[in-house]
Design a protein around this ligand. Structure first.
Ligand SMILES: O=P(O)(O)OC[C@@H](O)[C@@H](O)c1c[nH]c2ccccc12
Length: 394
């Protein structure tokens, strides 16, 4: 890992949440980060804002000034909107007159009601992360990350699988439920499912860690890692804060997904840099042309997922993968040597052939295989043939 150096930084705190006011930070800065522009640096501070120089947490409900906090979030939403991002990171109608606890307990009105499920998930995630950060400050996570076993090569595993089978490499998703489909599998044993996927020929696994909407957990991720399943693991989360990257890595993830619909370019850039520093592979997920164009404008992106499910409406349309790979976009992706992952709504060999034809080298599949009594067989049915690794090579 890159050597970290420390610097003291004092800021004009106009764009920093109130919990950070009057603090001089001492935080690690990698050589890559020092060269970045001022805004990037502010974002980095935001990610590290909840710790004083001794590493103690300085966030806490009692110290949050909701009025200033709201102003900061509102200006973040304005920046995001200029990039075509519709998802608001916080309720927009201003702070409640009194601080009444987390988002769930705030009085609902037209303005502070989420407009769609993705917005609701993000607002809840914000609260969840703030609470978790208080319990596990960044300095303790950094120690865990330093002592974690080396990450596995996520992209290497995808490439090897594609070369071996001549078909898109499978990222098989371990998820119990989803907001659009409800519970997918009652008898859900994450480790058994992970082993079955591996035996069926999955190159990598995706593990849902969101508890509220997907009934997942970081314990599942850790359990799969500790059970010795060799596939690299993607932590399937809604990342809204760089703290979550360290958390995922500390829990055994080899890769994380960043959702372009909720993260402005600047966040994607600096989070990608942090991931590189701590050894995580980044999968950036896009769902329309605007998001694809934004991500193709960012350097250093190696893996792009095209989601066939619109996260705002839940509509699934696998032709989305084809649409986003046509013409100049496809050309640019090939020039940049980016691997594209076709995501969601893939059920049959015809679906797999369709997205392969469109240009993907990997697919991310959950529902169609997790629902099968035997997920190993489910994989063979999805591909229309056995793609498992011969036992002599496994
Ligand atoms: O279960 P499916 O339709 O095969 O989809 C899997 C995966 O693509 C999906 O879970 C997913 C991809 N990106 C996401 C972002 C948020 C929530 C869910 C997702």
């Amino acid at each position: 890992m890159e050597n970290l150096m420390c610097c003291d930084v004092s800021f004009n705190f106009n764009s920093i949440p109130s919990s950070s006011l009057n603090h001089t930070f001492r935080f690690p800065v990698s050589s890559t980060l020092t060269n970045n522009n001022h805004r990037s640096c502010l974002s980095f501070v935001r990610a590290h804002q909840s710790e004083a120089s001794d590493g103690s947490a300085i966030d806490g409900d009692s110290k949050v000034d909701t009025n200033k906090e709201w102003k900061v979030r509102n200006s973040q939403d304005e920046i995001a909107a200029t990039q075509g991002i519709r998802i608001r990171r916080r309720p927009p109608t201003g702070p409640p007159l009194h601080y009444v606890g987390p988002f769930e307990f705030r009085l609902q009105n037209e303005g502070n009601t989420p407009r769609n499920i993705l917005e609701e998930i993000v607002w809840n995630k914000d609260v969840e992360v703030a609470q978790l950060r208080g319990k596990k400050p960044l300095f303790s996570l950094k120690k865990a990350v330093d002592n974690a076993p080396p990450p596995r090569d996520f992209i290497g595993a995808l490439k090897a699988s594609y070369l071996r089978t001549g078909m898109p490499a499978l990222i098989a998703e371990v998820k119990k439920a989803s907001p659009s489909r409800g519970v997918l599998r009652e008898d859900f044993d994450p480790v058994e499912i992970a082993k079955a996927y591996k035996n069926g020929g999955a190159a990598c696994l995706s593990v849902s860690t969101d508890q509220k909407y997907f009934q997942g957990s970081y314990e599942n991720l850790e359990a799969i890692r500790n059970a010795g399943v060799k596939c690299p693991l993607l932590c399937k989360e809604f990342i809204v804060d760089a703290w979550q990257l360290y958390y995922a890595r500390a829990k055994g993830a080899d890769a994380v997904s960043l959702i372009a619909a909720i993260l402005p370019d600047l966040d994607i850039k600096y989070m990608t840099k942090i991931c590189k520093m701590i050894g995580l592979t980044v999968l950036v997920e896009v769902q329309d042309e605007n998001e694809m164009d934004r991500i193709l404008g960012i350097d250093g992106i190696e893996l792009i997922g095209i989601n066939n499910r619109n996260l705002e409406t839940f509509e699934v349309d696998i032709s989305n993968t084809k649409k986003l790979l046509e013409g100049e976009r496809g050309e640019k992706i090939r020039q940049k040597d980016i691997i594209v992952v076709g995501e969601s709504g893939l059920f049959t060999p015809a679906d797999v052939a369709y997205v392969q034809e469109a240009g993907v080298k990997a697919i991310l599949v959950g529902e169609s295989i997790v629902k099968q009594k035997d997920p190993t067989k489910g994989i063979a049915e999805l591909f229309g043939k056995d793609i498992s690794v011969p036992t002599a090579l496994a």
